[in-house]
Design a protein around this ligand. Structure first.
Ligand code: MCN
Ligand code: MOS
Length: 735
């Protein structure tokens, strides 16, 4: 990393700038944090799903070796619920009363000198429960039904007339199970009080949210709370919300007057940090014999936890995916005694796309049209709900180039007609329209006397590559080598950043870095504006370009000056500038709608006698706008695809129907796709810079996952003639 890299640096698949820290163990994840005098916490969790606590006997736990405190609802302070944020309302505050609302609910936290002592003492806390009937099934008749709480139901055209005009109608009910986000890094918290100042190390995707939430809950000014997350061992959405165990760790630290560390166990990860909620979806589509989609109707039901408001509008994607004049989507939520859900990679879209893209396939089959041709024919040239143009949309190119690379033309249409020895071979595809999301963000950029730059914002890098792409971006915008740029993140002391979520951080942060770097160049031009000898005298930001540590006139690289020379002449140690980005308004877009797009092509092999299913090949074509780092963006799509294979074939959080216990809450029992399940994957990017923002990116963090389940299911249909409408597609469903 010491030589100047060849330009352009944007797009180049450079290695992660933080890789040396990671592979030498120097990267500090929250569970690596150690503090003088640090004690350890362990949780006691409810073993029933509904009811109340009649009594708690903590005497034996309190007397156990090393125990410093046992906190239950009987001796916990009354706490505010956290604030409503960009993500919606906070989860409920823990230990506030005797009610049990779900299995695994925290009922006590134990602090002790060592982690082993804390865990042992936690096992000694005796809780006397009075169980009540738990509402657990999504079809539970007694559950409260929430109707359109976010006002997201959609209707356009005349759906009834659309179906009346259709030559073919397909209808089906699709189900998806609970899935649990399982980042490898067990989510961890270290909380330390210094008087009324609080420092928290947290596995979060959003340090500012943790800061705001803890300040509200503990009634201290935000300026007294510091949240650190320079490295996070994966999130997949689990680190978006600030969960109750964080509150408990902070509470324990305050109670015992020492820093406290809590590392969740793997089973606790299944009830404490959210999950993708199950869904039941009813979908009905109509098309003319010529292949025009004329009616879409999609209704979804998903559960929401008691006392919580985390909704997944699974049908919403069906309103935007195809050029269909008549569409109706609606979502209902049922309140159940389940652990609080949260976003999991491709929330709502991951479930909804499975139903829609399976049904689209079925409809194409019903009218005897190739499913690729059907999708191209009904391609949405504009954003269907509003009729506005897309800010960019290369979905057509994703389909066409994807089909070419995959060899789609080799597909013989008849199900069961392709074989390789004993294996039935199936080709399937799915399309994805993924909402582009951007939240306001801030960054600060500085140029130092030695010619290096320091750029920072309170964002996170959850494995995505934020450190690296922001280093590349700043290097490009300042005309420096990446080795001359240090990008810092993961601290709430830095300028405000939104969450690494909704595949929106790169755009939000990148545009803030763009503003900060341009602002910084502007600071230099303010200095040179009146410098008699400067070749930049009188030049404004639009007159100049940057390269090799210099600002020069746009058309003439020789007429310019090094940053270091300008600083030296003015006797300055450095210059800094702040930048902020806001979501593009309709005026910036010329009234257009942004979205990322993808086409997924999958080949499966099915052994019809044994019910074995193998994914043999995946080709993903993605429109992510301008790609900042080809290697990292590809790795996002590959990782997402692995998650998609997991969703398609394995992942299924099993809840015991009687007790609400999660029956497979370990890595031994909860199956995810492993190397043996994952074939070579071909990823390509289509389209170019999006016009909605200065840096022109769209998100790629989640779109790799969405569409894979439907493409697999469609390939299974092609191989076997069987429509599998429930995930995961396991042996029992194939036999
Ligand atoms: N990127 C790029 N060019 C673009 C867009 C992105 O090169 N035009 C690359 C960059 O390396 C960037 C990464 O892709 O860091 C992801 O960018 P983006 O799509 O903006 O997503 P976010 O930064 O908002 O990250 C969150 C997103 C989400 S919502 C989930 S869930 C998810 C995901 O990213 N969880 C992940 N990818 C993950 N990857 C890892 N390793 N671990 C997780 O927990
Ligand atoms: Mo991603 S599920 O929005 O963190």
């Amino acid at each position: 990393m010491t030589t100047l890299e060849t330009r352009p640096v944007i797009g180049a698949g450079i290695d992660r700038v933080d890789a040396p820290l990671k592979v030498t163990g120097k990267a500090q994840y929250p569970n690596d944090v150690d503090r003088p005098g640090m004690a350890h916490a362990a949780l006691v969790r409810s073993t029933i799903a509904a009811g109340r606590i009649r009594g708690i006997d903590a005497a034996e736990a309190e007397a156990a070796p090393g125990v410093l405190a046992v906190i239950t609802h009987l001796n916990a302070p009354r706490l505010e619920r956290g604030p409503t944020t960009l993500l919606g309302p906070s989860p409920p505050a823990p230990l506030q009363d005797e009610r049990i609302l779900h299995y695994g609910q925290h009922v006590a936290v134990v602090a002790a000198t060592t982690a082993e002592q804390a865990r042992h003492a936690a096992s000694l806390v005796r809780v006397d429960y009075e169980p009540a009937r738990a509402l657990l099934g999504i079809d539970e008749p007694d559950a409260e039904v929430l109707v359109n709480p976010w006002n997201l139901d959609h209707e356009r055209g005349d759906v009834r007339a659309g179906f009346a005009a259709a030559d073919a109608v397909v209808e089906g009910t699709y189900t998806t199970p609970d899935n649990t986000n399982n980042p490898l890094g067990l989510m961890s918290v270290v909380a330390a009080w210094d008087g009324d100042a609080l420092t928290v190390h947290e596995s979060t995707q959003w340090p500012h949210n943790v800061r705001t939430s803890l300040a509200a809950i503990f009634k201290i000014p935000e300026s007294r709370v510091r949240v650190l997350a320079p490295f996070v061992g994966g999130g997949f959405g689990a680190g978006l919300r600030m969960w109750p165990h964080v509150v408990l760790t902070v509470l324990a630290a305050r109670r015992i007057g020492r820093p406290v560390k809590l590392v969740l166990t793997r089973p606790e990860m299944f009830t404490a940090v959210g999950h993708r909620p199950s869904s039941v979806q009813h979908i009905r589509l109509g098309a003319t014999a010529a292949g025009d989609l004329v009616a879409v109707e999609h209704e979804g039901v998903s559960p929401v936890a008691m006392d919580d408001e985390d909704y997944e509008p699974v049908s919403l994607g069906s309103a935007v995916s195809y050029a269909c004049p008549n569409a109706r989507t609606r979502d209902r939520q049922v309140r159940l005694n389940i652990p609080c859900p949260g976003s999991m990679r491709g929330p709502a879209e991951g479930q909804g796309n499975f139903a829609l893209e399976s049904a689209i396939d079925e409809l194409a089959h019903a009218i005897g049209m190739d499913p690729l041709e059907f999708r191209l024919r009904n391609f949405a040239e504009e954003h269907p709900p509003t009729g506005l143009p897309w800010s960019s949309n290369a979905l057509r190119e994703c389909y066409e180039r994807g089909a070419e690379r995959f060899g789609w033309s080799r597909r013989s249409p008849e199900p069961g007609s392709m074989r390789d020895g004993r294996w039935l071979v199936g080709y399937g595809l799915a399309g994805v329209a993924y909402p582009a999301y951007q939240a306001p963000c801030q960054a600060r950029a500085s140029l130092n006397r030695d010619g290096s730059a320091y750029v920072r914002s309170a964002a996170t890098d959850i494995g995505t590559g934020t450190y690296t792409v922001m280093t590349q971006l700043a290097a490009d915008l300042l005309g420096l080598a990446t080795a001359q740029v240090r990008f810092d993140l993961g601290s709430s002391d830095l300028p405000y950043s939104p969450q690494a979520g909704g595949s929106g951080l790169t755009g939000a942060l990148g545009n803030a870095v763009h503003a900060a770097c341009r602002g910084l160049v502007g600071e230099f031009l303010d200095l040179t504006a009146a410098d008699p000898g400067s070749p930049l005298r009188g030049a404004g930001i639009d007159d100049v370009a940057v390269s090799e540590g210099r600002i020069h006139l746009a058309g003439d690289p020789r007429r310019g000056e090094a940053y270091t020379d300008i600083l030296a002449r003015h006797g300055l140690e450095g210059l800094s500038a702040d930048g902020r980005s806001t979501p593009p308004g309709s005026e910036d877009l010329g009234m257009a709608v942004a979205g990322a797009f993808g086409a997924k092509f999958v080949e499966v092999r099915v052994d019809p006698d044994l019910g074995l299913l193998r994914v043999a090949r995946v080709v993903s074509g993605i429109d992510g706008g301008r790609i900042l780092n080809a290697k990292l963006a590809t790795s996002q799509i590959v990782g997402g695809t692995v998650g998609g294979i997991g969703q398609a074939m394995f992942e299924d959080t099993a809840t015991d129907a009687e007790t609400g216990r999660i029956a497979n809450a370990t890595f031994g029992d909860y199956l995810v796709a492993v190397n043996a399940d994952v074939p070579d994957m071909d990823v390509f990017f289509a389209g170019g810079p999006d016009r909605a923002t200065p840096i022109g990116t769209k998100g790629v963090g989640e779109i790799g996952l969405v569409g894979i389940a439907a493409a697999v299911a469609n390939a299974v249909h092609h191989a076997t003639g069987r429509r599998i409408r429930s995930l995961p597609i396991t042996i029992d469903r194939l036999l």
